[in-house]
Ligand binder design. Structure first.
Ligand SMILES: *Cc1c(COP(=O)(O)O)cnc(C)c1O
Length: 404
């Protein structure tokens, strides 16, 4: 640990709200899927800023677009039109097959807006049509509505009272969903692929079944693709992989490749529930963020780019499955698709993440035992091999010293 590291740790401890359990590394810059810390040590980044840096670090197209836009105008308020915002909204409408876009600044804000417009749409028909059903083990954000939508009680602890009207079902359980639904259901809100909760993909037929139930009870289907969207599944929208279309889809994380942004995209019918003044934002959709989003929206949906995600993801998953066969006592299951993959361990994952970090690999563990891989979408098979290699080493070590 260098003097510079120590200085920064001390500053952070003295002046930052202690909500993050940070790794003892001070990151400085990156290139592609690699990052370097302030002491010059190199790491392979298989977290990608939590599914944000989809083009990796220092992508010339993104840096160029941001630089040009910064010279022109960073911000101008939503009281005026800008070309970057109009372009980005139009691209999302075309890609999604939905009707209208709204931009915010984060995932939580995208979901907050989606919940608001769904309630407005439903209560115009029946003031009691307010029930919003979400899944256990979901993650939808940290604002009051979105932490209530999040089906993990610890996110709500000590924060009550939380907003009413939310109820929870088990992901992939259609019978339970049907039992809880009625004409009073406003919306069913699900992650197309659960990320934070441990990387769970929809069972065959599940999302189609949810879509049918929503149609039966005139409820909206809201799909949260803040993590699984933007090409990560191998399709631009993960729902395109499962043959369903939502009424509302939410995006954030990778949408502007690292610049803060969020969006909800809705059908024209749902969009009509909002009139001028019903929702708004100062920063959301500003020209800087939208200039960055336009690069992502021009790059990621290209068939070759998505094919790379699909193929690299399949290669990675096959390698993880080989490790699962080699270490059956340590690996319970490998899950996921494209470049959102999870390896559920029988032991806590953090020791592995920490040891990997020392060896120059940025990995991630969620819900205690699931190693979650959400790298930049530009990673190569060689980089995947490097990660598989270090996992092999660390799993071998863990089987020899099961007490650690
Ligand atoms: C990260 C995430 C959010 C919250 O996004 P923030 O930008 O942190 O507010 C919501 N939903 C899902 C599925 C996420 O992965």
């Amino acid at each position: 640990m260098s003097d510079l590291d120590k200085k920064i740790f001390a500053e952070d401890k003295a002046s930052y709200v202690p909500v993050f359990q940070r790794y003892k590394v001070v990151l400085d810059h990156g290139k592609g899927a690699k990052v370097w810390d302030v002491d010059g040590k190199e790491y392979l980044d298989f977290l990608g800023g939590i599914a944000v840096n989809v083009l990796g670090h220092d992508d010339p197209r993104l840096v160029d677009a941001i630089t040009k836009q910064a010279h022109k105008m960073l911000h101008c308020s939503n009281l005026y039109y800008t070309q970057p915002q109009a372009d980005a909204a139009e691209k999302l409408v075309k890609l999604s097959g939905l009707g209208k876009t709204f931009f915010g600044n984060s995932g939580a804000e995208a979901n907050e807006g989606a919940i608001k417009i769904a309630r407005k749409w439903a209560t115009a028909q029946d003031p009691e049509k307010v029930q919003i059903l979400t899944a256990w083990m979901s993650f939808h954000g940290r604002t009051y509505a979105t932490l209530t939508a999040t089906g993990q009680p610890h996110y709500q602890e000590g924060l009550g009272p939380v907003p009413g009207g939310f109820d929870y079902v088990h992901y992939n359980d259609l019978d339970e969903l049907e039992q809880k639904m009625s004409e009073k259901t406003c919306a069913v809100m699900l992650e197309t692929i659960q990320g934070e909760g441990g990387v769970f993909t929809p069972a065959p037929g599940y999302l189609e079944g949810v879509r049918k139930l929503c149609d039966k009870y005139h409820a909206l289907l809201i799909l949260d693709e803040i993590q699984a969207g933007i090409g990560r599944s191998g399709k631009f929208f993960a729902y395109q992989k499962y043959g369903v279309k939502p009424d509302i889809v939410t995006l954030a994380k990778g949408l502007a490749g690292g610049v803060p942004i969020g969006a909800f995209v809705v059908t024209d019918e749902v969009a009509r529930a909002f009139a001028p003044g019903d929702h708004g934002t100062t920063f959301g959709g500003n020209p800087l963020a939208c200039a960055a989003a336009n690069v992502i929206l021009d790059t990621v949906p290209q068939p070759k780019f998505l094919q790379h995600v699909e193929e690299t993801g399949a290669y990675f998953k096959a390698g993880l499955n080989r490790l699962a066969e080699k270490y059956p006592a340590l690996v319970k299951e490998v899950r996921g698709t494209g470049l959102i993959l999870g390896m559920e361990l029988t032991i806590p994952g953090n020791a592995i993440v920490n040891k990997a970090l020392q060896k120059g690999f940025i990995l991630n563990c969620t819900v205690g035992k699931v190693l979650r891989f959400i790298p930049p979408l530009i990673v190569t098979n060689d980089q995947v091999d490097a990660v598989l290699g270090v996992l092999d080493e660390l799993l071998a070590e863990a089987s020899e010293h099961p007490e650690k």
